[in-house]
Design a protein around this ligand. Structure first.
Ligand code: UD1
Length: 427
């Protein structure tokens, strides 16, 4: 298996291009199932999960063509066309490898009146149930059965209908599934306490470009007037705010100065506030966001929350940054029950972190020492890269496939701003 090797201590300086957002791409791709016309997505990141989603679409009868697939191209263009669906089943083998596969449930149900999707099961960062996805679909008339590890959903009469659902807790995935199901319903569907993440705004904007009628985009109440059919569209995937935030943490921990080219400051308020809390200089530029730091990071107090709060997807990276801070930082994880899996690995590099239930106290140390490490999920892996960039000596990050799911050309981007980092291929 590939390994990433970092020799720490280089100050990052320069410009890093920010890719299209993974989490937006994975909810925009299933929109192709909602129409028989082509959906063209631009600025798609080159990531294992995007390719995996393309294969899932192919299995359902949706053709996909990719342009810009030369190694030197950033931002690919994919055209997906589901002229007719040949299957409405998302099998276990695909769903277990890629949780986002659950996002075909709403669109299949809306277009074909039925869907059979494997239950995704638990994963490294907690239980991650899908009950709210199912309850929202039931509110729009779906009949749902769970059998042999599969969700089987049917829309009586072949079409979902208007209804209202209030989410008891904010769920990004369930909001996405519900919106994609509602756009072709007969009648008006209302979602209350819906997630407001920028990726949901991106999804709604794409659906509107396809002819959907959605009111309240970006707010917690979405009112969707079902239409009889959607048409094709061309849509550009938003910039990856989590990738941008991750490189910002890398800039701070190395006392660097980087411009995150293409990053959108208005979608990153909580992350930028947290960087300022740490003492970084953060400013909008014509082409992105500049993050610069001199000296050790100030301690931070951060609690994860649904958007516009501080993202759970940024917690591990800020924690890595705080390990070399000038005092004690406090983290509270409110979204997932088991999202401190990076802590034992960071400890192997010499950091001082005390986890108590959902909270963690990080006491800044004078230096980290490189070590062989591995992580169990994507953002945790990134936290080890960030720590490795500032550690003394060599850090070897294993299980690189996690990073390949979410960071396009990580080592290339970091090398271009001065990091001593390389991928060792297993051959
Ligand atoms: C979550 C994050 C998202 C992040 C992603 C990957 C939030 C609100 N969501 O999205 O920003 O990109 O992880 O790390 O920060 N829940 C249920 N039943 C359900 C669905 C969810 O109880 O059917 C609960 C979850 O257990 C969790 C909370 O709701 O405690 C939020 O989960 P949800 O937003 O659905 O997770 P993701 O869509 O994976």
């Amino acid at each position: 298996m590939d390994q990433i090797v970092i020799r720490g201590g280089q100050r990052l300086k320069g410009r890093i291009p920010i890719s299209g957002a993974k989490n937006a791409a994975l909810t925009l791709l299933p929109c192709a199932l909602l129409t028989d016309e082509p959906l063209t997505l631009r600025n798609l990141p080159r990531l294992a999960d995007v390719d995996g989603f393309g294969h899932l679409l192919n299995q359902l009868g949706c053709s996909t063509t990719i342009e810009g697939s030369r190694p030197e191209d950033f931002g690919r263009v994919m055209t997906a066309r589901a002229t007719t669906l040949t299957s409405t089943v998302a099998p276990y083998d695909i769903v277990r490898k890629m949780r986002a596969s659950i996002l075909v449930l709403g669109p299949l149900l809306a277009r074909a009146g039925e869907a059979t999707v494997s239950l995704p099961g638990g994963c490294a960062i907690g239980n991650r149930p899908i009950d709210l996805h199912l309850k929202a679909l039931e509110a729009f008339g779906a009949e749902i059965e769970l059998a042999s590890g599969y969700v089987k959903a049917v829309a009586p009469g072949g079409r979902l209908k208007g209804g209202k659902f209030t989410f008891p807790v904010v769920s990004v995935g369930a909001t996405e599934n519900a919106v994609m199901a509602a756009v072709l319903a007969k009648g008006t569907c209302i979602l209350e306490n819906a997630a407001r993440e920028p990726e949901i705004v991106d999804l709604c904007n794409c659906l509107v470009a396809m002819g959907a009628s959605i009111d309240g985009i970006g707010t917690e109440t979405l009112t969707i007037e079902g239409v009889d059919r959607l048409h094709g569209a061309t849509y550009r995937v938003m910039a990856d705010r989590i990738e941008a935030g991750s490189y910002a943490c890398a800039a701070v921990i190395t006392e660097g100065d980087v411009e995150l080219v293409g990053a959108q400051a208005n979608e990153m308020d909580a992350t930028l506030a947290a960087l300022r809390q740490a003492g970084a200089t953060v400013e909008e530029t014509k082409t992105g966001i500049r993050v610069a730091m001199s000296g050790r990071a100030e301690p931070v107090t951060l609690s994860t929350a649904p958007y516009p709060g501080f993202a759970t997807d940024m917690q591990a990276q800020f924690m890595a940054m705080a390990t070399l801070g000038s005092g004690a930082s406090l983290f509270t994880e409110t979204i997932f029950e088991n999202r401190y899996m990076h802590v034992p690995e960071l400890a192997r590099m010499g950091c001082d972190i005390d986890v108590r239930g959902r909270s963690a106290v990080v006491r800044g140390v004078d230096h980290l020492v490189g070590a062989p490490v591995m992580a169990t999920d994507l953002r945790a892996s990134m936290s080890l890269i960030i720590a490795g960039l500032a550690a003394q000596g060599q850090t070897e990050v294993n299980r690189v496939y996690h990073l390949d799911r979410g960071y396009e050309r990580l080592e290339e981007k970091l090398q271009s701003v001065g990091a001593d980092i390389e991928r060792i291929s297993a051959g």
